[in-house]
Design a protein around this ligand. Structure first.
Ligand SMILES: NC(=O)c1ccc[n+]([C@@H]2O[C@H](COP(=O)([O-])OP(=O)(O)OC[C@H]3O[C@@H](n4cnc5c(N)ncnc54)[C@H](O)[C@@H]3O)[C@@H](O)[C@H]2O)c1
Length: 251
């Protein structure tokens, strides 16, 4: 079950964190993986590590917020690995700019708004645009977007525009799923809870005790969920949001 041999996967923002875990998990199931990141060196390190474990992988550095770059990147992947069967829209957070800073809406400069929408909503839309025609022509494909509980519930922690971008991505995938349901292409999202890269060891330990499971999520938790949604076995699952959150953010 959940065999991905012969499939080509593109994972965005896979140079570290959850994306790297997703890329490793897809490769373990047999997929050939394109490791995208804005940071070329990061994507090369992850692709090499996967390659060294005996799987086929390539670095695919480009900026997911820039459609021409995305289309050129997908063309390179198609030439080197084959057409993309599985797209994982993982690049997110604050994008390639300053790290994610918690800031109440009243304190957030207007100039900061756009980057959260660009990376968390336009990123998935651009990458979907670049692969969707080919998927429909071949009559099969998987689009999986990594969203957040912050796109489903309101939180007072200073992430209004991030939450708007993540909620936007959920709306986008729901509608796209309906448009593509007859073409063999499924479109789903994963809403993550607090993951183990949110801060240093002390921060992680402190936050873990507040979780129902007593721990934060890991890249392996996300990778396993993506493998399921990417598999042939999940062909009747579309337009859904899977909470991978250790029991938090329950609606
Ligand atoms: N970490 C968490 O606690 C958490 C919680 C909920 C949701 N999420 C979501 O999970 C996903 C992964 O989170 P993470 O914490 O592992 O991410 P991260 O910030 O650790 O890594 C993201 C990677 O994306 C790359 N990137 C940034 N902008 C890019 C662009 N324009 N084009 C291509 N690559 C780009 C970065 O260089 C980085 O390597 C994100 O979508 C995030 O919003 C994370």
């Amino acid at each position: 079950m959940f065999e991905l041999t012969g499939k080509v996967a593109l994972v965005t923002g896979a140079g570290q964190g959850m994306g790297a875990g997703i890329a490793r998990a897809l490769a373990r199931q047999g997929a050939r993986v394109a490791v995208n990141d804005l940071d070329e060196a990061r994507s090369e390190v992850v692709a090499k590590a996967i390659h060294d474990q005996g799987s086929e992988a390539m670095a695919a550095p480009f900026d997911v917020t820039d459609l021409p770059q995305v289309e050129a990147g997908v063309a390179c992947i198609t030439e080197e690995l084959g057409p993309v069967d599985i797209l994982v829209n993982n690049a997110g957070n604050a994008g390639g700019g300053p790290t994610m800073e918690l800031k109440q809406f009243r304190e957030m400069p207007v100039d900061d708004w756009r980057r959260f929408i660009d990376i968390n909503l336009y990123g998935p839309a651009n990458c979907s645009k670049a692969v969707v025609e080919g998927m429909c022509q071949r009559g099969s494909g998987r689009i999986i977007t990594i969203s957040s509980g912050a796109g489903q519930a309101g939180l007072p922690i200073g992430i209004t525009l991030y939450g708007a971008g993540k909620a936007g991505a959920l709306g986008f995938q729901r509608h796209l799923a309906m448009e593509l349901a007859g073409d063999g292409v499924t479109v789903n999202a994963i809403a993550l809870g607090l993951m183990d890269n949110v801060g240093g060891a002390d921060v992680v330990k402190g936050l873990a005790s507040s979780q129902p499971t007593g721990r934060l999520g890991t890249p392996e938790d996300v990778g396993a969920a993506v493998v399921y949604l990417a598999s042939d076995e999940a062909s009747w699952v579309t337009g859904q949001v899977l909470g991978v959150n250790g029991g938090t953010f329950l609606p």
